[in-house]
Write a protein of this length. Structure first.
Length: 75
């Protein structure tokens, strides 16, 4: 994804670098260096955990009407 961002978008280099380092020590990419890279790396780690039910911060009216207050990946 980082290469696609670099080659085909106007997004700044820090965004591509964050994509490069999102796996950190788990993958073949570089370790996160900047705050943005660490943020993306940590978010990826948390989002990939099997035990997480992630709350929806300020859900839209449509989600509220449907009663959606969290994302449960087991359902």
């Amino acid at each position: 994804m980082a290469e696609i961002i670099r080659e085909r978008s106007a997004l700044p280099e820090p965004v591509a670098a964050a994509c490069d380092s999102h796996m950190g020590s788990w993958g073949e990419g570089p370790l996160p260096q900047s705050n943005l890279e660490q943020l993306v790396h940590t978010a990826d780690m948390v989002a990939s955990a099997d035990y997480n039910d992630i709350g929806v911060f300020m859900p839209s009216e449509e989600l509220q009407e449907l009663g959606v207050t969290e994302v449960n990946f087991d359902e």
